[in-house]
Design a protein around this ligand. Structure first.
Ligand code: AMP
Ligand code: ZN
Length: 486
């Protein structure tokens, strides 16, 4: 696979320290609020990357942290602990907030077919390891104690690695204006490894340490968690682009200084999901969640489909209209797959291999997911039988994660049931826009009317209306159409 590497700012052949095995780390969510669909864009693209690597035959060990302490409202050590803000907002304890939003995060992931990483580690569960790493940095002269906190001394580095090609705006995300400069810092870029009570009197979670009772900085958790579960040599580090600086830059500084050797050669950053007024952000308070999409009648996988249609290295603009288009395209795609006949076999292994090669060529070029989706349409037209087409699509879906064959099978079954029920409506014609599921509902409504079950007939009409479908009763039947097309 060829993958763009933010550390070298080049598209490179993907390499690993151990052949066939990938040690992969992902910065997890800060669990003080629901994940918004922007956060989830990052996790969807990272999930596709992991699945693609497995598809190519790699064995992957993927590790993720859960930030439940130490992430301040400014990413560079200013402001208040985000968890504390969440707890205060909801009159709950920090640990209650952490549990609630961690569960909510994984529930969203499940709906979006995002696989849970092999290791998930909440930061609060590994405090002794953080202390050990901070102590190691102190012993090696990379850290100093000032004003009650332990700081990393960036002047001791040969190179304070910054991912230079990121937008200025992204680099400054999280750094709030008007925040007072921390006078304990010897150098502007120095950052906190360990806070003590001298910084926040009201910090909820504190632990004893050689430097006093306090809590870890945000960056140290990822370095220490990755060291514990990925080992000393990481192959691939992922995160949203706002994490590149200062968070990932600081992770590199800590890990390489502590280990005394290069740490992670490949960095994968997902660009932001933006709304009309800019980056979607949890701290702004108002944001879109998976639950909201569901409440509005969207299948969460239509959002995954929407994300896959564009490249992870481009900012993606969210509008309802764009999502409507994706949802309609996704639905039509499922309908086309459902129209394939699984009994039209047998599966042709040669065709399967040939199409697999095509997919690798397309998606393996810097995770080009939109070409991956296009490959599904190509598979529908493959010169072979339906069972082979279905097998190719099922194979692709191991990477895309769109439940294509499962949803198509469910639709096939529902359509068959509806067709069986339709016999009782003989002599009644439904004319629509080619969706058997809608046709079936329209027939059900006709049957309900015939049985004088008008409440049921109205309920079906209302349901169809909600789905944007307009009915017109004509002699001998009903016609239907989409009232607003995306
Ligand atoms: P957080 O929960 O704030 O720590 O962020 C979780 C992940 O979402 C990180 O990898 C962030 O870089 C990423 N992220 C934050 N905002 C966005 C956005 N608007 N679009 C895409 N990813 C984002
Ligand atoms: Zn991290």
């Amino acid at each position: 696979m060829y993958l763009y590497n933010s550390a070298t700012r080049k598209k490179e052949q993907f390499k690993t320290h151990t052949p066939g095995h990938v040690e992969m780390y992902t910065c997890g969510p800060t669990v003080y609020h629901f994940a918004h669909i922007g956060n989830l864009r990052s996790y969807i693209m990272e999930d596709v990357l992991e699945k693609y690597l497995r598809f190519e035959g790699y064995d992957v060990n993927r590790v993720m942290n859960i930030t439940d302490v130490g992430h301040l409202s400014g990413d560079s050590d200013e402001g208040e602990d985000k968890m504390l803000m969440g707890a205060r907002r909801e009159h709950k304890t920090v640990m209650e907030i952490a549990k609630f939003y961690t569960d909510a995060f994984f529930a969203d992931c499940e709906k979006l077919n995002i696989k849970t990483p092999d290791v998930v580690q909440p930061a609060t569960g590994l405090i002794p390891e953080f202390i050990e790493m901070v102590q190691g940095l102190m012993d090696k002269g990379y850290a100093y104690f000032a004003g009650g906190n332990v700081y990393f001394d960036t002047s001791k580095l040969q190179r304070y690695h910054v991912f230079f090609d990121h937008d200025e705006e992204d680099l400054h995300v999280g750094v709030r204006e008007g925040v007072e400069e921390d006078l304990n810092k010897r150098n502007k870029n120095d950052f906190v490894l360990w806070f003590t009570k001298s910084k926040f009197e009201d910090q909820a979670l504190k632990w004893d340490s050689p430097w006093g009772v306090g809590y870890p900085g945000w960056h140290i958790e990822c370095s220490a968690i990755s060291l514990k579960y990925n080992g000393e040599y990481l192959d691939l580090h992922c995160g949203g682009i706002d994490n590149a600086f200062p968070h990932h830059t600081n992770e590199i500084a800590q890990s390489e200084s502590y280990l005394g050797h290069p740490w992670c050669p490949q960095w994968f950053h997902v660009h932001h999901l933006n709304t009309g007024d800019g980056k979607m952000s949890k701290s702004k308070g108002e944001f879109l969640t998976v639950t909201l999409l569901e409440q509005k009648g969207y299948d969460p996988l239509a959002y995954r489909f929407f994300c896959l249609q564009s490249h992870y290295r481009k900012a993606l603009v969210f509008t309802w209209e764009n999502l409507d288009n994706a949802a309609l395209a996704y639905k039509k795609l499922i309908a086309r797959i459902a129209a394939l006949d699984p009994s039209d076999g047998p599966v042709d292994g040669e065709v399967l291999d040939e199409y697999r090669e095509k997919f690798i060529k397309a998606v393996g070029n810097d995770l080009n997911t939109s070409l991956g989706v296009t490959a599904v349409y190509d598979a529908l037209k493959a010169k072979t039988n339906d069972a082979t087409r279905l097998a190719v699509i099922g194979d692709y879906d191991r990477v895309l994660g769109l439940s294509l064959t499962e949803k198509a099978a469910a639709k096939r079954e529902a359509d068959a049931k509806a067709a069986a029920g339709a016999t009782s409506a003989q002599g009644f014609t439904v004319t629509g826009e080619g969706d058997p599921e809608i046709d079936a509902l329209v027939l059900q409504r006709a049957n309900a009317k015939r049985e004088k079950n008008f409440a049921e007939a109205d309920r079906i009409r209302d349901e169809l209306k909600l789905r944007g479908i307009e009915l017109t009763d004509v002699p001998g039947g009903t016609t239907w159409k989409f009232s607003k097309k995306g």
